[in-house]
Each structure stands twice: as C-alpha cells, then as structure tokens.
Design a protein around this ligand. Structure first.
Ligand code: TRP
Ligand code: ZN
Length: 492
C-alpha cells in the first residue's frame, strides 16, 4: 500500500488515500481497551453475510428510521449518553433482534414502550433483544435503547496508519476546547449507535444533539429549531431520505454556521439549503474554498441528475484524517481543504449516499464515480479532463491494479477503487459519447435513488441503457486481470 511520488497538489486526496496517511490520531489510543478488529462470527449467526465484513447486520431486519437523541456534556472527551428509537420491520420472522453495537453501556431496552430482555456480546459486537413475540413480516415495531459511556474502538487498516472509525474525540492542545464528530466508513457507526450497520439497510434519521452553551451541533439532514435549557442547547436535524448508516454525520464544536443562497437543483427543482460549519477562527482563505459549492452543485447535477437531499455543505474538523462524504455535510480535515476534495465528497452525495453499494465489495461504485467528478469539474472550468484521466492511468501503470470487485478489506479504498473505478466510468463515456453518457448517469441515479446497487446490477443496467457497447467497455474495466488501454474522450 505504501508508495512514494504524487507531488501534485491536484492528487492530494488520492495521494493521501493510497500513500498511507500519517496524521495524528484524534484520541489517545493508550487508554482504550484493545479489541479484535473483526467481530467473531458464530456459525449460527444470521448476519447479512457481507463478503468483506461477514459479521455485520442481521438478515431479514429492516430498520426504517432511527430517532437519535445524544448528549455530549464535555466536548472533546469521548463520553456520550442518550437513546435511540428504531422503527423496525422485517422480511422474515425474527424471534431476536441483533443490532451491531460496540463499547457503550446499555441501561434500558424497550420494545413498543415496554421493557424487553437484552444481552450485549462484545466479542460479536452485537446487542440482542428478545421481543415478546417474533417480529413478523408486515409488522412494525419500535425498539428503544438507552445507553451511554465510551464508544467502542474499531480501526481501519486500509490507510497505512490505521484510522480509528466512528466517534472521534478531539481535545485542543490547551486541553479545554474540544470537539466530537463521526467518521465511520465502513463499519464505525455501531461504535456510537446501536444499528443494523450495513449499507444494504438504509434508513431515515431524526437526530437531536444536546451540547453545552457555546457549542454548536451539526448532523446530516435539514436543521430544525434550537431549544435552550439549563445551560444546554439542543439541535435537531431531519434526514428525510434514506442513507446508509456509515454516512451519518454528527458534529459538536465551537462552530460558526455560515449559510449561502439555496440552490434550485433538488428533485423537481426543489431548493437545496446551503450551510457550512467552520470552527471558530477558520481563516478566510480556507472558507473561500467553499464559495463555489453552489456552482459545483449546478455542474454536477447537470450530469448526475437532481441533488438527492435537502441540504448541502461541509463541516471542517481539525485532526489530519481522510475526508468523508457524511450525508448533506461532508467532513473535511485541514489537510484536504481543496476544491477537488469538496467536489469529490459532493459527488458522493449521489454515488454512495443516495445510490449505495449493496455490499462492501461494491464500494468501487462509490469511489469510481466520485473520483470521476474531477474530470467533469475540470472540464467545466475549461480544463483538460482527458489529461486528468491520463494521470490516473499512469498511476495504475506504475502501481498496478486489480479487478474492481473487492475481495479483502485492504482493497476497499485502494487506487483501484478510485482511479481504476473512475477510468471504468471514463471508458463508458468514451464508448457511448457524451449525450448517451449523460442520459445513462441520470437514468442510473433515478433508478437506484434511495436504494442499493451491486456490480452485476450495475452492469445489467448499463447494458439496458447503453447497449452491448457500453456494457462491454465497463465490464473490461471491472473484470480484466490486466490494465485495459486508456480510454480517450476527445475534443473538450
Ligand atoms: N469515502 C472517503 C472518500 O474517499 C474515504 C474513506 C474511506 C474514509 N473510509 C474512511 C474517510 C474512513 C474517513 C474515514 O471520500
Ligand atoms: Zn471518495
């Protein structure tokens, strides 16, 4: 995974992701217990059977909605407490509900408002709840978990220096002013939220965050009214379109919330609220990077179709980390305050957050399209998109690549997922031409909006939309053990 080169600022994001990131850890790992990276999967476990993370999720469980209320009393320390009420249904009888969950202490569980027996299995990273009667298909139930304490620790080995996933805790050098936020891809959300923590079970969210006076909370979705009580402030956010658990974004910091004019690029011409969260003291030149978000929304929605959510913006954080496309509110670290990163994370709102991978093996569909947005944005600025594609190609020639469906965790965010994935998209465009390519992109997001897509479903859809020619171009890039020739999109 470790490579040298990539001096170009332009490739900073990709360089960070493939070089092995070496920034500081957000919280002190010495004080947290060491836990196995992979949960134990007992043979009887009825998980979702993800090819990369076989322990995640529960087969047949469908979480429709999470109603989350969390309190952070001392921002910057890891502790939190609160509750979540999940609206559940199922596609088969479930005598037991098994949620992904790690690290926190449960103080009460209620099933439709009555106490229900439960059990926490830290080794399996599960919270199991027994309802009074099995949950049957067609029924709906409300499961409440009251919990608190220290979030669990899950490390991602794919970035060179391991990244701690899930709930992040940042104390400033003076030890006083602190911040917390989430950074969970792929399986960190269950460190702070009992959940069916797999992208195939998307859900809507209502999130209430209570923080001390002087702090601002932010979360995925559209903000509602703030309530003040006894030295605290409670913020509420509604994420009305279903998203995968890994992109639920939560933030607590001393923020300045900056709004910009709404942009009419939503579904049916709906306006998209524009707001960014800048930590107090963020310099003007850093804020200026986000002056062009409205324009990026217009450019990308011309290609991808209507923006899928009600709000759009960023929340900046202070530790050096990878950037993440948290829904409606991309999370950007100081090392990645670039237009390129902003556009990449914005593209993920369509590819990843609205159209989501069916399994973690399909994550190239996220990163390939998000990376491709660089070509589209470059061209919209009058730049040379083919040159961008040619640079990706050089990277792959020198560093090697693999067929796109991932088989190991270490592959999820490697250069093949990003650059080879993007060149697959470029190959489709080269094969069918710009008009058919644009029509394909818009039909694809419309067809899979709010849902998930696997690589075989993607290829079948490409064949239906663009014919054998389009499918063959994609399939070569998806499947070939060797690197196919560089596709050429001429004359822009
Ligand atoms: N999806 C992110 C991007 O490319 C990269 C990423 C993967 C990430 N896993 C992460 C970022 C964990 C932060 C934490 O935009
Ligand atoms: Zn990405």
């Amino acid at each position: 995974m470790r490579r040298k080169e990539q001096p170009r600022l332009a490739l900073l994001l990709l360089g960070l992701l493939s070089l092995g990131w070496t920034g500081a850890q957000p919280s002190s790992p010495s004080t947290v217990p060491t836990l196995p990276l992979r949960p134990e999967v007992s043979p009887a476990a009825d998980t979702l059977g993800d090819p990369i993370f076989p322990g995640l999720g529960q087969a047949g469980l469908d979480v429709r909605h999470y109603d989350v209320s969390l309190t952070v009393e001392r921002p910057g320390t890891p502790e939190l407490y609160g509750s979540v009420t999940l609206t559940l249904s199922s596609t088969r009888p479930l005598a037991e509900i098994r949620l992904d969950f790690l690290g926190l202490a449960v103080s009460a569980v209620r099933w439709n408002n009555r106490a229900a027996p439960y059990r926490v299995d830290a080794a399996a990273q599960k919270l199991s709840v027994t309802p009074p009667a099995p949950l049957l298909p067609g029924q709906e139930a409300r499961l409440t978990v009251v919990y608190g304490g220290r979030p669990g620790v899950i490390l991602d080995p794919g970035f060179g220096t391991p990244v701690q996933l899930g709930w992040q805790s940042v104390l400033a050098a003076d030890g006083r002013v602190g911040a917390n936020f989430t950074l969970s891809e792929p399986h960190g959300t269950h460190t702070f939220l009992p959940s069916n923590d797999h992208p195939s079970d998307k859900a809507t969210f209502t999130t209430r965050l209570t923080v001390p006076q002087g702090f601002t909370a932010a979360a995925s979705g559209v903000e509602g009214p703030v309530t003040e009580r006894g030295g605290t402030r409670t913020f509420v956010f509604t994420q009305a379109q279903p998203i995968p658990t890994y992109v639920l974004g939560l933030h607590v910091n001393r923020f300045e919330r900056v709004t910009a004019p709404a942009v009419p690029v939503g579904v049916g011409g709906a306006t998209v609220a524009r707001r960014d969260y800048f930590p107090v003291g963020t310099p003007p030149n850093v804020r200026a990077v986000y002056d062009r978000t409205g324009e990026a929304l217009r450019v990308l929605s011309e290609w991808f179709g209507p923006y899928p959510f009600g709000a759009c913006g960023v929340a900046l954080v202070t530790p050096r980390l990878p950037a993440l496309e948290t829904a409606t509110l991309s999370t950007i670290p100081p090392n990645l305050n670039t237009e390129r990163t902003a556009v990449h994370e914005l593209a993920h709102q369509w590819f990843g957050n609205d159209v989501s991978p069916a399994t973690w093996a399909d994550v190239w569909l996220n990163e390939g399209f998000a990376t491709y947005s660089d070509v589209l944005w470059t061209e919209a600025q009058g730049g040379d998109g083919q040159a961008v594609a040619a640079r990706w190609y050089d990277t792959l020639v020198r560093g090697g690549s693999r067929p796109l469906v991932a088989t190991r965790e270490e592959q999820l965010f490697d250069r093949s997922a990003y650059q080879r994935g993007a060149l697959a998209v470029h190959a489709l465009r080269a094969a069918v031409g710009d008009a058919a390519f644009r029509a394909f992109l818009r039909a694809y997001t419309a067809r899979f909006s709010g849902g998930t897509v696997s690589t075989p479903e993607f290829l079948a859809f490409a064949r239906a939309q663009t014919g054998e020619r389009g499918e063959a171009a994609l399939r070569l890039w998806v499947e070939s053990p060797t690197l196919p020739p560089l596709p050429v999109v001429a004359g822009r």
